[in-house]
Write a protein that binds this ligand. Structure first.
Ligand code: PLP
Length: 431
């Protein structure tokens, strides 16, 4: 491994190579994004070295006067952007946000209704994830593959039967809105809390391009801030509930699942929230346009793109059944060798299948949209994917075309300032 200095520099070399890998690839993972220059700058600040347990002005350590100012500012920016009564910028990821909500709203053994894994649900809502770790009695909603969303009638029956303490919505393959409006009478009838996990679609909600869960009856909204919301790896919880419920959620977060929260990513989140106020509407609208354009293009090239009846997607995500092209695993690995990065994914109907060998792929356009790509690039990308999978071309031919296309879009858009997206940010001197 060489001497310690060489080892340290080796890690830097890995980071450089990683940046280059992404600089030369088409990034289509639906849960990822790139940060603005000002948000990136926040990550390197001294905020990242400090402790601030609890809430502003009720801390346990000294030295938090500016941290308190920043955290209150972050909270207020979030409240304004989302029009929510409450906001908490402390969760250090979407899963931690969910764990805090679960701790705050439920007791061990409580019934909860959740999205099904094969209908795009997230592991944190599964028996072997956070919901199961809390010992909740989880029942998944039936999913309708025809409309690619939760079946409202089936969900109604389930909720009436199980009388959950909490009804959870929001998926990781989230093509169309959840049926909150359709079920509002049912929620009232059983008196359950409505919790919406907006991890994937938080940026679309911020930009007014997806359902607005807070205006459709959700009392609590949780989310990741690095998927369609183009900020740091972090989480958030928003509340439209009464004060008591909100206090429970905040206590679920701290001291429930957090001790310190991460202040550098919180500052980056605050910056991104301000940028979303300025650029978020246009960004969200361009994302959805691109997703629809790419879905249509793939469909016309012969891909089995799901959700056809409803125009394929109303979000950033596209799901395609590639079981006749070798399956999700083989297709995703082939595309990776061709410089196109996406993931294999379980699809409705995959119930018996392992998540390591599903029939689908998932595609997200939020990162390529952030780089300024538009309709004609969607056409080019669809053609690259198609050629890579169906034509007798070398991986190299495709990866060179992919890198060529990518290099034409080096800059992060929809933000203040300028940044070359995948440039290595050399910081350490004199090593
Ligand atoms: C990504 C995701 C999460 C988890 O977020 P992390 O920030 O990765 O912890 C939670 N719920 C849903 C629906 C997700 O897609």
């Amino acid at each position: 491994m060489g001497n310690p200095r060489e080892s340290a520099l080796k890690i830097r070399d890995m980071a450089r190579r990683h940046n280059r890998l992404f600089g030369d690839s088409i990034p289509l993972i639906a849960s990822e994004n790139i940060m603005s220059p000002l948000a990136m700058e926040m990550l390197l600040t001294d905020f990242g070295s400090r402790y601030a347990e609890g809430l502003p002005h009720q801390r346990y350590y000294q030295g938090n006067q500016i941290v308190d100012e920043m955290e209150e500012y972050a909270t207020e920016l979030l409240r304004r952007l989302f029009g929510s009564r409450f906001a908490d910028p402390r969760p250090i990821s979407g899963t931690v946000a969910n764990m805090g909500v679960i701790y705050g709203l439920t007791k061990v053994g409580d019934p909860i209704t959740v999205p099904d894994l094969s209908g795009g649900g997230h592991i944190s809502a599964a028996k072997f994830g956070a919901v199961g770790f809390r010992g909740l009695d989880a029942s998944p909603y039936p999913f309708d593959p025809d409309t690619m969303s939760i079946d409202p009638d089936g969900a109604r029956k389930l909720i009436l039967e199980k009388k959950p303490k909490v009804a959870l919505f929001g998926q990781s393959v989230f093509l169309f809105p959840a049926p909150l409006k359709e079920l509002s009478d049912t929620f009232q009838e059983v008196g359950c809390r409505v919790w919406y996990d907006a991890a994937h679609v938080l940026g679309l909600i911020a930009g007014g391009k997806f359902q607005d869960p807070l205006r459709e009856g959700a009392e609590i909204v949780s989310g990741s801030t690095h998927k369609t919301f183009p900020g740091p790896q972090h989480g958030v919880v928003l509340g439209q509930s009464d004060e008591t419920v909100w206090k429970h959620v905040q206590r679920g977060l701290f001291p429930g699942v957090l001790s310190n929260h991460h202040l550098n990513t919180m500052a980056a989140l605050a910056v991104t929230t301000a940028e979303e106020m300025e650029f978020g509407r246009k960004y969200a609208s361009d994302i959805v346009d691109n997703a629809q354009a790419l879905a249509e293009e793939l469909h016309s090239l012969g891909f089995r793109v799901l959700g056809e009846k409803r125009g394929f997607t109303e979000s950033h995500t596209i799901a395609a059944d590639v079981s006749e092209m070798g399956g999700g695993k083989e297709v995703a690995e082939k595309l990776e060798r061709c410089g196109i990065i996406l993931n294999k994914n379980l699809l409705p109907g995959d119930q018996g299948k392992k998540s390591q060998d599903p029939s689908g792929i998932r595609i997200g356009v939020q990162e390529i949209t952030r780089l300024g790509m538009g309709k004609s690039e969607m056409k080019e990308i669809a053609s690259l994917i198609h050629r890579a999978i169906t034509k007798n071309v070398t991986d190299r031919e495709i990866s060179e075309s992919a890198a060529g296309l990518k290099r034409q879009f080096p800059e992060v858009r929809y933000c203040f300032g300028k940044l070359h997206a995948y440039e290595y940010p050399e910081f350490a001197k004199g090593i």
